[in-house]
Ligand binder design. Sequence first.
Ligand SMILES: [Zn+2]
Length: 439
Amino acid sequence: MIRPRVALACVVAALAGLLAVAFGLGSDRAAVDWSAQRAVVLESDDWGLAGFVPDGGAWEGLERQALAPGRFPDVYWGSTLEDSAQVADLAAVLAGVRGRDGLPAVLQPNYIMGALDLVDGRWRESRLPDLPDRYRRDGLWPAVDAALAAGVWHPEYHGAWHYDPALRRERVATDPLSRQAAERGILLFEGSEGAWELGPWRPLPVLEAELARGIADFRRCFGRPPAAVIAPDYTWDGRIETLWVDHGLRVIQGKREQQHPRRSSGAPGRLLKVLERRWSKLTRPGLTYLERNCRFEPVQAADPAAVTAACVAQIRRAWARGEPAVVETHRVNFVHTDPAVAALGRDQLAGLLAEVAVDGPVFLTDAEVAQLGRRGVSARPLADGRTLLRNAARSRRAVAVSGTAGTGLVMLPAGAVVVLPAGSGEGPASVPAEVDLFD
Ligand SMILES: [Zn+2]
C-alpha cells in the first residue's frame, strides 16, 4: 500500500519532471547562427481592413467619443483602407534598401479578408479582392501586384473580419450611435474593442468556416496559401491553434502578446501564460512561434524619431541575443486619412532601414525564418512562379524540388541564395517552384 505522503511526493516529482521536459525540450534549437545572419522580419497587421473610416470626412457631425468603441491610440480615429498610392509609396521605400544578399526589404502585410457594410439598412458582405463601395480604391490591386513583383510584399493572414460580426450586427441594431456610424461606413461600434473575432464565446464550426473561406480568398488574391498568422487583437486560444494547424498555417506571430480574456492578469495568470507558451511549443512541433521583439509604431508617438532610434537598438539587441529581429509595425503607420501621417511613417521607415542596412542585414519572411531555424534552408515563393532558396547553415545542403518536370535535388553551398525560375517547358528553366521545407 502506498502511503499518502509518498504518493504526494510522487505526484510532485512527476509534475516537476513534466515541467523540466517542457522547459528543456521546448527550448529553441536553431539550425543557423542567427547572430551572424542579422535577419530582419517586418510584420504589419490590418492590411485589407475596410476601416476604421472610409475617408477623412466620416466623423463630421458625429460624436465619436460618445460611440464608446473602447481605447486605442488617437491616430487610429483616422485609420483607413490603403489605396494604390500609399501601397506604391511604401513599396518604393522598401525597394530603396537592399540586404547583403542584394534583395530588397520585404514587408509582410497581414490581411483581413472580409468586410460588412450597412447599405440602405441591410448588411452587405464583401470578400477580397472585392471591397465595400464606400471603400472603393481604384488601382489598388495593380499596385499590390507591382509590389509583389518587386519582391517587397509578402502577404500573410490576419483574419476574416477583425471583430465578431454577430456582435457588430447586434450593437448596430440596438445602439443608435453605432447604427449612425455603420451607415457612414465606420467600422467602430459600441464596445468594439472587446468584440474579438476569435473570442472564446464564438462557436468553433463558425470560426472554422470563416478560416477556410478566408484562406480560399487569400489563395485567389495572392496565388498561394498563407503560411503565417497573427490573431486580431492578439486574442485566441488553444482550439484556434488547432484550427490553424489543420488549415496549413505553420507560423504563429506574437505568441508572447497573446491575450486570454478569461484569465487573471496577476502573477498566477502570467505564470500560466509562460507555462502554456512552453507547453504549446512542446506539443505542437509542426508550428513555429515567432516573437515580435522590436516595436516600430512611430505615428503613435510624440517623438517619432525616438521610436525609430529605439527600434534600431532593439534590432541590434535581438541579433546580439542570437535571434532574428522581428519588427511589429501596423498599417496605420503608412496609411491614414491625413497624408502627413502616412508620409511621416514612411520617412521614419526609410530612416530605420537605412540605419540598419549599414550592418549588412538580410530581410526575411516568417516562413523563411521558420524553415531556416528547422532545416538551415528555406524556400520563398516569389511573384511569377519563381522560388528563392537560401542555405543559412554552415555546410552544403541538398534541397528536394518537385513538380511538373519531375523530382530533383538542388545542391546549395553554405550561404547560397538562389532564385529558381518558374517551371515552363524543358531544360533548367523547367525546375518547378514546388518546394516545401516545413516538415
Ligand atoms: Zn489587427
